[in-house]
Write a protein that binds this ligand. Structure first.
Ligand SMILES: NC(=O)c1ccc[n+]([C@@H]2O[C@H](COP(=O)([O-])OP(=O)(O)OC[C@H]3O[C@@H](n4cnc5c(N)ncnc54)[C@H](O)[C@@H]3O)[C@@H](O)[C@H]2O)c1
Length: 250
């Protein structure tokens, strides 16, 4: 009997797949039958994600690189294509923060965040997009943030990178639409991962007051939306922003 999983025989590439949102997204796509190419800065940190996906009976391979290194990304995309034959879904999820007020922000903190969060997506979208254009199909999902929509004191670099991703995604959506490729953005609100684990109790309380659904998000809240964007049900959606934040920004 044919499988009812919509990503059967599809290959998905997820960056920053070692933990948090990237791990949850990779596992969600594997549950829909995808084979996974997992990216992080080292292969060791990907072991937990690999184990979880392989336990589901799905295929997953780890690749180590820094997403800001364009030459390394080109080489890895070539390797993944040789190993898997094609790439059908690209999730640009890897991201970092280097918070600080603008007056005290170093150029290094600015560059690290822009080069990882924004240039990293450019680095992957170009070679993977080239292939998707040839196969005339593909789904690209870029993980931005509500901070890219509303700004945040102490996060000028992060907000700029995440707002940049939105303009980037809309342009990619327009360039690739005629080739059957969609490109959408997911803007998570505050999700419980390593990135947010150091929030003080006081800040957590203040945040909750601003979230109509009265809870922080879980990685699976975001993974489900990414999975939807790779599904047949989302085939007529491109250039859109899906905000997953418990109603914080509306
Ligand atoms: N957690 C949240 O509340 C939240 C909210 C909005 C947006 N986001 C975004 O979601 C994404 C995932 O966030 P998270 O909370 O899971 O973070 P996390 O810190 O738990 O995980 C980040 C992942 O990115 C990888 N990574 C970072 N820099 C990299 C680089 N240069 N090269 C390769 N891999 C790199 C890390 O190894 C890790 O796997 C990020 O883009 C983040 O900005 C998170």
């Amino acid at each position: 009997m044919p499988s009812s999983k919509f990503l059967t025989d599809k290959v998905a590439l997820v960056t920053g797949a070692s933990r948090g949102l990237g791990k949850a997204i990779a596992v969600a796509l594997a549950k829909e039958g995808a084979s996974l190419a997992l990216i992080a800065r080292s292969t060791e940190v990907l072991q937990g994600t690999l184990d979880e996906i392989r336990a589901l009976g799905s295929v997953a391979e780890p690749y180590a690189l820094d997403v800001s290194d364009g030459a390394a990304v080109e080489a890895v995309v070539e390797k993944i294509t040789a190993q898997f034959g094609h790439i059908d879904v690209l999730v640009n999820n890897a991201g970092v923060t280097r918070d600080g007020l603008l007056m005290r922000m170093s150029s290094e903190a600015w560059d690290t965040v822009i080069n990882t969060n924004l240039k990293g997506a450019f680095n992957f979208t170009k070679p993977v997009g080239r292939q998707m254009v040839k196969q005339r199909s593909g789904r690209i999902i870029n993980i931005s943030s509500v901070i890219g929509l509303m700004g945040n004191a102490g996060q000028a670099n992060y907000a700029a990178s995440k707002a940049g991703l939105i303009g980037f995604s809309k342009s990619v959506a327009r360039e690739f639409a005629s080739r059957g490729i969609t490109c959408n953005v997911v803007c998570p609100g505050f999700i419980e991962t390593d990135m947010t684990k150091d929030l003080s109790e006081d800040l957590r309380k203040k945040l909750l007051e601003k979230i109509p659904l009265q809870r922080l998000g879980q990685p699976d809240d975001v993974a489900g939306v990414v999975s939807f964007l790779t599904s047949p049900a989302a085939s007529y959606i491109t250039g859109q922003i899906l905000t997953v934040d418990g109603g914080m920004v509306m």
